[in-house]
Design a protein. Structure first.
Length: 330
């Protein structure tokens, strides 16, 4: 089990949650996060929010250009190619950002959720089919970023696509996985892994499966969902208000297509049920211990997502009291 180590290091990043905040708010907080010492920013990519209470859905690729120009840290994006985004267009967007900001962008590719992708009207496939489609799209994107002319007839169609503007430095194509089964599969083709935190034994199973599946030696990133506020009561209330629709099993999160469905499910959630999927605490030392536990599993980049609306307090307090403990910056 976990033994606390005061010498652990990692890159700690800030989560820009487009489903919760306007693009202008997120730009200000990205700048504040960099000034406070956060060493990276990760952007979500939603067409709809998870709840009416979250209430936003800015376009991440447009925002990334503005945010990366306004700051100097590296950025990542979680993206689903093959539905509302054709993989050739995703590759073009990636190449553009990598030409503008060499070495500062990585992309996490996932199989997606109906909430965001079903807007095309296309039949939403089962998880195994979505994985196969993701693999095809990742291969297409990688070939295009290397300058190849790509024709592909499969789950997606590409006709003689070629990028004339190429990355100055190739980005990592990270695979997104929630379950151990998917993590093992991701290890076979992706440049690395990104997952979300969960209870220690479950998270360790994801890490072990990724390494066993071909990911040994590849980078591992973690999105840690926390709720930090001035009091324990405020931290719990903030998490319950903003994130109670997001704690369900992946088969639920992936297949529901309407905001109203998530809000209806959220009405059945009790505040105490959030604690396995959201690290809720007003105690800085507790958050430090959680981060050390994650690093001990091998995560080298940990994106902290404060799921409540108190972003200024989170950035200030973590910048002063947490980030100095984990001083790896590159």
């Amino acid at each position: 089990m976990f033994t606390q180590n005061k010498n652990l290091m990692a890159i700690l990043g800030y989560q820009a949650s487009h489903e919760q905040f306007t693009p202008s708010e997120l730009l200000r907080w990205a700048q504040a996060a960099e000034a406070a010492g956060f060493a990276a920013v990760n952007s979500s990519d939603h067409f709809y929010p998870w709840s009416e209470r979250q209430g936003q859905s800015g376009f991440s690729f447009a925002w990334l250009g503005a945010a990366m120009q306004a700051t100097t840290v590296p950025y990542g994006l979680v993206c689903t190619p093959g539905y509302r985004y054709h993989p050739a267009v995703v590759a073009q967007a990636i190449a553009t950002l990598c030409e503008l900001f060499p070495g500062r962008f990585w992309v996490s590719l996932g199989s997606g959720e109906a909430l965001n992708e079903a807007i095309t009207g296309e039949k939403w496939p089962i998880k195994s089919e979505r994985n196969e489609r993701l693999f095809e799209c990742a291969s297409i994107i990688r070939r295009l970023l290397h300058g190849e002319t790509v024709t592909h007839h499969g789950r997606v169609t590409v006709e003689e696509a070629r990028l004339y503007t190429l990355p100055k430095q190739m980005p990592l194509l990270i695979g997104a996985a929630v379950t151990a089964e998917t993590a093992g599969w991701v290890g076979s083709w992706a440049d690395g892994l990104i997952t979300v935190h969960r209870p220690y034994n479950e998270l360790k199973a994801v890490v072990d499966a990724f390494r066993k599946g071909g990911g040994e030696g590849k980078p591992m990133y973690l999105k840690s969902q926390i709720s930090y506020a001035a009091t324990q009561e405020a931290a719990l209330a903030g998490a319950y208000d903003q994130w109670r629709t997001n704690i369900f099993h992946g088969t639920v999160l992936g297949d529901l297509s309407k905001v109203e469905q998530f809000d209806a499910l959220g009405e059945m959630v009790q505040p105490e049920e959030l604690k396995d999927m959201v690290r809720i605490s007003s105690n800085i030392d507790q958050h430090i211990e959680w981060i050390e536990q994650d690093i001990s599993l091998g995560f080298e980049r940990i994106v902290l997502h404060n799921v409540n609306r108190e972003q200024d307090l989170f950035i200030k307090d973590f910048g002063e009291k947490v980030l100095p403990r984990f001083h790896k910056t590159k």
